[in-house]
Design a protein around this ligand. Sequence first.
Ligand code: HEM
Length: 710
Amino acid sequence: MEKKRIIDEKSKDEQLEMFREDPEREFLTTNQGVRISNTDISLKAGERGPTLLEDFHLREKITHFDHERIPERIVHARGSGAHGYFQVYEPMTEYTSAKFLQNPDKKTPVFVRFSTVVGFRGSADTVRDIRGFAVKFYTEEGNYDLVGNNIPVFFIQDAIKFPDFVHAAKPEQDNQMPQAATAHDTFWDFVACHPETVHTIMWLMSDRAIPRSYRMMQGFGVNTYRFVNSKGKGRFIKFHWRPILGIHSLVWDEAQKISGKDPDFHRRDLWEAIEMGDYPEYEFGVQIIEEEDEFKFDFDILDPTKIWPEEEVPVKIIGKMTLNRNPDNFFAETEQVAFCVSNVVPGIDFSNDPLLQGRLFSYLDTQLIRLGGPNFQEIPINRPLVPISNNQREGYHRMTINKGKTSYFPNSVGENLPRPAIAEEGGYVNYTEKVEGKKIRERSEKFKDFFSQAKLFWNSMSEPEKEHIIKAFHFEVGKVMDPEIRKAVVDEFNNVDGDLAIEIAKGVDVPVPEQKGGSKVMKESPNVSQERTEHTAKNSIKSRKIAILAADGYDYKELSQVMQALKGSGANADIISKYRGMLKSSSGEKLEVNKNYLTAASVMYDGVYIPGGKESIKTLKMQGDAIHFVHEAFRHCKPLGATGEGIELFKVANLPDIIFAERKSADKVISDKGVVTVMRIESSSFNDSFIAALAKHRHWGREKKEQVPA
Ligand code: HEM
C-alpha cells in the first residue's frame, strides 16, 4: 500500500535532517571510517625522503579535493538560496486542481534560488542584469518548479536562439571580457540584429536591473502557462511575485561601487535578513485569460517578449511565500538544487509559447552534465517529499536500493506494480488541446510587433526613471567599440521613441537619426513603473540599514532617541566612526562602533543620520571620509537626517539647494528633498519626518546633485 505522509512547513527540513552531518564528531576519519592519526605530515621514507604512494590518507584527501568542483550553471551561475513556505489565501478550485493551491491552512515547503544571469559563479551581485527568481514547491503531489525572473519579458521569442543570445551576452570569445556585464560589442551587436530584444532591453536599462535587494524585487513566470481544473477546463495564466517590502533599486554609480566594496551584497542582505528574523515575503499572483479570449489582445499571448498589461488583465493575488531559513551548506543546497520548468503537478500545464517549449527540454538536459548523471533527483535538496516509484534504475551515484526483480511495466512477476494512476488517483493527465497545423518554421504575425510594448514601457516611466534609462544606454552602448554597432542600436531604438533615440545618440557619439521615428503607441501602463505602481510600498523602513556617523563627544540623548525610533520601525542602524572600539558621549555614556570608514561605505546603507555633539561634529568636519560619506549618500538621493550640531556637517559638505533647520526656530523640523533636520529634537517630530523620508527610499528631486563631488 502507498504510504501517505502529511506535508507541512517543516517537512523538507525534517527530510534534510536525515542527511545532515554533525560537525562535533570527536575524531577525524578517512572516507572508510578509519580513524586518522596524522593529517599534517605525509608518510615519507625518512625525514627528508620522498613521499610514499602507500599513504592512503594523503591520496584520498588530495583526490577528493582535486574533484571538488562541478561545472557552474551555464547561465544563472551566481545565486543565493533560502528555505521557506508557501500558503494560498483561498481555494483555487475553480481554476486549478493543484492541491497546494486549495487549502489556506496548509503550508507547503519551498526552496528559492535568486541569481544573476550572465556572470560566473564568483561574480559580483550588483551588476546590471536580469535576476533569476526560481522557486521549488515540495508539494503533496510532487515537486513543482516555477523558474522565473525579476523582469516579466525575455530577449528572444524562440528557444532556438537561446545559445546565440547567451554567447553574445557572455564575455567575448577571444579575451573572455567583460565579466558579468552586457556593456560590450557582441551583446549590443546581437541586440541590433534582433529587434525582438528591444522591449526586454528597455527593462534591462531600467532600474529593475539593479535591485536594492532580492527581498525588494518582483518575480515573474514570464512564459504563458495553463491552469487546469478538475473538470479539465484550461485557462492561460502568467505568474507574479510581489515583495511585501515594495520594489526598490540602487542607482548605477552605487551598484558599481558596491561591486567592489561588497561583491556579495545581495547574498549578504538575504542571509542577514533571515538570520535577524526579517523574513522576506512575497505575495503570489496570477493573471488569467480565458481560452475563448486568446485572440482578443493586440499582442499574442504566447509571445514571451510581451507583457499582459495589468490594466488590461489584472493580477489576482492568491497566496504568500515566506523565506525563513538559511541553507546549512551552500554547495549541498544552493549549488546542487536543480530547477526544471518541466517539473509540474496536476492542475498546472504548459502553453505553446515557443520559448517555454524549448526550456522544457533544456533544464533537465543541462543538469545531466552539471550534476553528473541521471540520479540528481536523489540529492537531498532535489528530493520530493512524496515517494518516488518507477522503473528507472542504475546510472552514476544511484543511492536508492530498489528491491524486487522487476524494473519494467507491465509485469506479471511483480503484481504489475507500480502502475499508472488515473486522474482521480492523482495521475498527471496532460491538457487535451486541439492542435492542427503545417510543419513550418514561422512565427505568428503579432510576434512581429517588436516596438509597441517597448514604447508602452517608455511612456509609463516617471521622469527620473527615464533619466536613468538614458544614462544606462550611455554607459552600455558607450562601451561598445564598433561605431557601426552603436549607430545600429540608435537606429533600432528610433523605432521605439524618436526622442529616446536622440538622447541615446548624444551620449554615444552617433549622429541623431535623419528621420525622427517612433511607435505611435500613446498608452501607458503605470504598473510597469517602479515609481508609479501602487505595488511599491513607501510606508515602511522595515529591515532598512541606516548609517550613523559619530565621534567622541556625540550627543547621547539625540543619538539614542533616533536609534530607538529607527529600531521601533524595524530598521537597523550601524554606528560608524574612524576606528572601531567604544565612543564616549559628551555626557560620558559609551557606545560600540560597528564599522569604520574602511569597512563601511554609504553605498551599503539606505540612509544617513548625524547626531549633534560639539566635539563629535568638530572631529567629523575634519574627516574627509565623513564628508565623502554624506556627499555620496546625497548624490545617490538617499535620505539624510541631522540633529543639533549635526547639521553643521551638512553645511560643511555644501549640500546644494537644501534648506536646513535654524537656531531661531529650534523645534521646527525642516524636511527638504529628503534632507531632514532639526535644531532641538526633544519635542519635535523629527523621528517621524526622518522615517517618512527613509520610507520613500530615494529623493530624485535633488536637481543640483551633480555638483556634489562623489
Ligand atoms: C529558451 C530559453 C531558455 C533556456 C534554453 C534556458 C536555459 C537555462 C539553463 C540551461 C539554465 C541552467 C540550469 C541549471 O544548470 O540548473 C537556466 C537557468 C535558469 N533560467 Fe533559464 N533558460 C531560458 C529562458 C529563461 C527564462 C525565460 C527564464 C525566466 C522566466 C529563465 C530563468 C532561469 C532561472 C531563474 C535559472 C536559474 C535556476 C537556478 O537558480 O538554479 N530562463 N536556464
